[in-house]
Design a protein around this ligand. Structure first.
Ligand code: 0A1
Ligand code: ZN
Length: 881
């Protein structure tokens, strides 16, 4: 399975390695430009493998300075070292042997941030997916598990701290200004979980006692001076450790658990065994600099990486096609954790919003792929929302189908059966089949068929017979290289509400299996008859978003309002109002496109205002009701021939109608939801801030003058309120003096805080309208812009492309040309970052034809450029196919 050349790798080609790796001994002599790595690898030939088979190791941009077999030089005739592989022949037939490889690396000039690199004078590694091969030649694949000993030697003044996986063995001064430390990780692991960190960092320390009494030292390393900002992360870590014991029965398994926060990182964080490395954005928080969203993200990602210790590390993936085995499951676990820490309903709403705005478009466009793909060209491009979020939804559906107890039994069996192994999705599903006795063969199509299923429903009530008949039809749209799809097993939670708001309890149901409120849709077409229904019911479909599907059902505003008022499932209440809003926004976009007067239904306004003012509902829920579907959501719903300007004009008109009708309600909420006393990041306080800020948005929207937003900006005493007020000012009054002043004072106040300055860039990058492109260009020359820092590039270029529908999709195509230029520039330094930002164009085909023509030219420009990375060329080619 060769992988990094841009050649296609196929699942069906999987076979185990010819040689078994028994042990790994690594010695690093760290230097910014000349780090020496000695890797001693003990192998034996797997039984049955031909005695002439060579050992083939992966490599990437390596300089090798030594190669020994059992401490003796290997003659040149017996090996071949290329850019991507080291092939060694003439190895012992049966006896174990030791290969010693010496390589020389330059961490300082490693701008890809894969392998060993430097960030703010700290040495740091990132090895998932295929970064370890940039450190030494190695069987760099997840099914090769070995025990590692790591020795680190470095200048003591520059790097007083020397960390690696596992438990600390010891260390000493070397008498020449250098020192060393040794680490031993007793748990066999794949190379992608290796980590090394060395430098001068501050630390926050704590302890955790596991259920069985193991004492674990907890350490979070951050830049000196930032220690107080790691307190919340530490608290989240301890809660996550406890929760995993209580809910999944999983205990931690080393004497120490470390987290290191770095400022240059390609992704969110990485679950290296015992030594997680984090983008500092997901560690550092205090009220002055972090928003409530930042706090929630920190809690979720700290938990996610910690949970990987069992789902990912103790049980890992056989090959990278199985990525969802660890990611889908671990996202599901972190979702459940956050739901238990916060409001379950509000958490579910946020998850579904994210799924629909990110994963649904991916699944409907040229980058669609199954949760468990069968081929890839560049594995880095498969850390997608489909693998993560849809993968989590698939796990959630298993839990829904089996019920809590059988799901738990299946998870326990998985841990028991596969601890210490590298396994597949089939192994995972087999545990739930064994635990429940259910056949999950049809269900498994969720792993294999790409595309969001569409369920079309219609209902009819027979008053004479007191029956309600539901006709359901499912289809899965064609996706790249999958034109024909088989029907899926869709667990659809459903309620039938009666006129008075109570729920009907049918005396009999025919045409589908139903357990509790879960209707099992398994055929292409199914007719389900509910008997004993006393009056015409209002169906409430997909409670809790039990299946990640699109649902079409003609439902009038009155029926939706009934659901919004009476559903016992609160998620379904939100869903009813959100669907009503989306219908209105689609209609308004069409009116704007046709130049007609823009309208907004009273039923929507009444529904939103009633929910907003309903004090029995928690504030966070009400804020979610008030937050309308985004422009991207509306575009997705329309599906094709999109005009972002019309979508925006329609949305503004709906906002204005709600703002005008609800001015009293909103003004009151702004007052009543204000908080006194010290800032607290808990869910309830965050919910009040969210509702207050949602109301404030409407208040500002209804007013032509910037005073109210300016006052909010001046009065804010935490980052949630401050950044919200700045966003209102900048988006509503981009050129007002008040906005110019506020942007300047914000920048000055936070100039030395990179994470806050990222917000400053992002707020400006999302100002609606064509003029923002020039602003973005100007911001790229701001002294605070830094093209080498992924967070900064994402905050300006990424945010503009992903989150500014009217600015990026300018009718003249300048936005796309700008992005194409940026992608080529970024690609030369950091292909992974470039490829990811380029996916912002994944829905280009659904634009109207002038824009899609410009988008195509820009993409073709990228595709035709010289020296493209495998990462970018993989994405651009799939997008153009
Ligand atoms: N396994 C990590 C995600 C991750 C993947 C690749 C990386 O390379 C730059 C980094 C992190 C997670 O799920 O959190
Ligand atoms: Zn993960």
């Amino acid at each position: 399975m060769r992988t990094n050349t841009g050649q296609i790798v196929h699942l069906e080609d999987y076979r185990p390695t010819d040689f078994v790796l028994e042990r790994v001994d690594l010695t690093f002599e760290l230097d910014p430009r000349e780090t020496k790595v000695e890797a001693r690898l003990i192998f034996h030939r797997r039984e049955g493998v031909s005695p002439s088979a060579p050992l083939v190791l992966d490599g990437d941009e390596l300089t090798m300075t030594g190669l020994l077999l059992d401490q003796v030089d290997i003659p040149a005739a017996l090996y071949e070292a290329t850019d991507e592989a080291l092939i060694i022949r003439g190895l012992p037939e049966t006896a174990p042997f030791e290969i010693t490889i010496t390589t020389v690396l330059s961490p300082e000039t490693n701008t890809k941030l894969m392998g060993l690199y430097r960030t703010s004078n700290v040495y740091c590694t990132q090895c998932e997916a295929e970064g370890f091969r940039r450190i030494t030649y190695f069987p760099d694949r997840p099914d090769v598990l070995a025990v590692y000993t790591v020795n680190i030697i470095a200048d003591k003044a520059a790097a007083p701290l020397l960390l690696s996986n596992g438990n600390y063995l010891g260390g000493a001064d070397m008498g020449d200004g250098r020192h060393f430390a040794s680490w031993f990780d007793p748990h066999p692991k794949p190379s992608y979980l290796f980590a090394l960190v060395a430098g001068d960092l501050g630390v926050v320390e704590d302890r955790f006692t596991t259920a069985s009494g193991r004492e674990v030292a907890l350490k979070i390393y951050v830049e000196h001076g930032k220690e107080p900002r790691a307190a919340y992360a530490m608290d989240a870590l301890k809660r996550a450790m406890k929760w995993d014991e209580e809910v999944f029965g999983r205990e931690y398994d080393l004497d120490i658990f470390m987290i290191v926060a770095v400022s240059d990182f390609n992704m969110g964080a990485m679950e290296n065994k015992g030594l997680n490395v984090f983008n500092d954005k997901y560690v550092l928080a205090d009220p002055e600099t972090a928003t409530d969203t930042d706090y929630a993200n920190i809690e979720a990602i700290i938990a996610h990486e910690y949970f990987h210790n069992w789902t990912g590390n103790r049980i890992t993936c056989r090959d990278w096609f199985q990525l969802c085995l660890k990611e889908g499951l671990t996202v599901y676990r972190d979702h459940e954790f956050s739901a238990d820490m916060r409001s379950r309903t509000v958490k579910r709403i946020a998850e579904v919003r994210h799924l629909k705005s990110e994963q649904f478009p991916e699944d409907a466009g040229p980058l669609a792929h199954p949760v468990r793909p069968t081929k890839y060209r560049e594995i880095n491009n498969f850390y997608t929302t489909t693998v993560y979020e849809k993968g989590s939804e698939v796990t959630r559906m298993i839990a829904t189908i089996l019920g809590r107890d059988l799901f738990k039994k299946g998870m326990d069996l998985y841990f028991e059966r596969h601890d210490g192994q590298a396994v597949t999705i089939e192994d995972f599903v087999a545990c739930f089949e064994a635990a429940s006795g259910r056949d999950l063969a049809q269900f498994s199509l969720w792993y294999h068929q790409a595309g969001t299923p569409l369920v079309t429903a219609s209902g009819s009530y027979d008053a004479g017979k007191q029956t309600y008949t539901l006709s359901l039809e499912q289809s899965v749209p064609p996706t790249p290289e999958q034109s024909a799809k088989a029907p899926m097993h869709i667990p659809l939670r459903l309620g039938l509400l009666l006129e008075d708001g109570t729920e009907a309890t049918p005396t009999a149901v025919s045409g589908a299996d139903i357990t509790g409120d879960v209707l099992h849709l398994t055929e292409r077409k199914q007719t389900v008859v509910f008997s004993g229904i006393p009056s015409r019911p209002v169906p409430s479909f997909n409670r809790g978003f039990s299946a990640p599907i699109n649902l079409h059902f003609e439902q009038g505003a009155r029926d939706r309002a009934l659901i919004a008022r009476h559903e016992t499932d609160l998620f379904a209440r939100w869903q009813a109002l959100n669907t009503m809003a989306l219908d209105n926004l689609v209609k308004a976009a069409a009116e704007a496109r046709r130049g007609q007067p823009l309208t907004c239904d009273d039923a929507l306004i009444d529904g939103l205002l009633a929910a907003a003012a309903e004090d029995r509902l928690e504030p966070a829920f009400r804020s979610q009701v008030l937050s309308l579907p985004s422009e991207a959501d509306i575009a997705r719903e329309i599906g094709s021939n999109n005009d972002p300007d019309a979508i925006q004009a329609g949305r503004q008109a709906v906002l204005a109608a709600i703002a005008a009708a609800g001015s009293n309600t909103f003004a009151q909420l702004v007052d009543r939801m204000s908080l006194s006393g010290p800032f607290r990041p808990d869910a309830e306080s965050a919910g009040r801030r969210a509702l207050r800020n949602a109301a404030l948005s409407y208040v500002v929207y209804a007013d032509d003058r910037p005073e109210k937003a300016t006052n909010a900006f001046r009065a804010a005493n935490n980052m949630t309120d401050l950044s919200h007020a700045l966003t209102l000012l900048a988006h509503r009054f981009p050129d007002a003096d008040e906005t110019v002043d506020a942007l300047a004072s914000f920048k000055k106040r936070f100039a030395d805080n990179a994470l806050v300055i990222d917000k400053w860039f992002a707020i400006q990058a999302t100002i609606p309208g064509a003029a923002t492109l020039d602003r973005v260009r100007a911001l790229m020359s701001d002294p605070l812009f830094n093209a080498n820092n992924p967070n900064r590039v994402r905050s300006l270029v990424g945010t503009f492309a992903f989150a500014n529908a009217t600015g990026f999709n300018r009718a003249d195509g300048e936005g796309y040309r700008f992005l194409a230029h940026q992608i080529l520039d970024i690609d030369a330094r950091n292909p992974q970052l470039a490829a990811r930002i380029l996916t912002s164009m994944r829905s280009w085909r659904s634009l109207e034809k002038v824009r899609s023509g410009h988008a195509r030219s820009a993409l073709e420009g990228i595709a035709g450029a010289a020296n493209l990375s495998a990462d970018v060329s993989d994405i651009v080619e799939r997008m153009l196919k």
